[in-house]
Write a protein that binds this ligand. Structure first.
Ligand code: SAH
Length: 223
């Protein structure tokens, strides 16, 4: 049984302020703002000592396995770049705490999510199910998509860890006409939005949306 800490009135007030700050920072996608205004973040971070940071839009918070739940601003920014419409299929790489996964579900996406850390995969899968989110969770490194979903292609792909380069195996499972949002780079990462206009690399239109900072996208599963 998963114990959910209550969504206290002070959290609700902080969340309203967070949404206002996201608007001031340029987040315009109403579906993103609505989802983030609704979803309690404390359900996804177990350390209640971090209370006052929960809705700080610039604060990433540690979760298990030395990973982090992205800053609210980053979640909003990536979600907005994704241009997600309801009923689209979306693959998230890096389930982590499940917060971003739940936001994509709230936005009406049909969500598939992959995590390489076994402990996080197990815990977050259970949490999302207990919150009634129908995201399908997989354990793997997703450099080539999801082996259990062979031949399936996605309308959108959102990568929440920093890839060394654009993973061509992942591009293969993006539909033509689809969009991938991915931080790329070794020392310095850039947030890229890639429009797949055809199968050939020359038909991938890449937009650079500026600096990014994510934990690295690593190979293999970790037990
Ligand atoms: N979306 C998450 C962010 C978690 S941080 C959230 O909202 O909490 C990024 C996550 O990506 C980490 O949990 C890390 O273990 C995972 N990760 C790193 N490389 C990966 C890979 N190749 N495939 C899947 N997950 C990966």
């Amino acid at each position: 049984m998963i114990h959910l800490s209550p969504d206290l009135p002070k959290y609700q007030a902080w969340r309203r302020r967070m949404v206002e700050q996201l608007r001031e920072r340029g987040i315009r996608d109403e579906a993103v703002l609505k989802a983030m205004g609704k979803l309690p973040r404390n359900w996804f971070c177990s350390d209640t000592l971090l209370d006052s940071f929960l809705y700080d839009i610039d604060m990433a918070i540690a979760i298990d396995c030395e990973q982090t739940i992205s800053k609210p601003y980053t979640v909003a920014w990536q979600s907005q770049l994704l241009s997600l419409s309801p009923m689209m299929s979306v693959l998230e790489v890096g389930t982590g705490s499940g917060y971003q996964t739940a936001i994509l579900c709230e936005m009406g996406g049909r969500v598939y999510t992959v995590e390489r850390q076994h402990a996080l995969f197990r815990k977050t899968k259970e949490l999302l199910a207990s919150l009634n989110y129908h995201a399908k969770c997989f354990l793997g490194d997703s450099f080539n998509g999801v082996p259990e979903m062979a031949d399936f292609t996605y309308d959108r792909i959102l990568v929440t860890c920093g890839a060394p380069e654009i993973p061509s195996g992942l591009m293969q499972v993006l539909k033509i006409g689809g969009i991938m949002v991915i931080p790329v780079g070794l020392e310095e990462q850039r947030m890229l939005r890639i429009y797949k206009e055809g199968e050939k690399v020359s038909q991938w239109r890449v937009e650079d949306h500026g600096d990014a900072k994510f934990v690295p996208m690593l190979q293999g599963k970790n037990f």
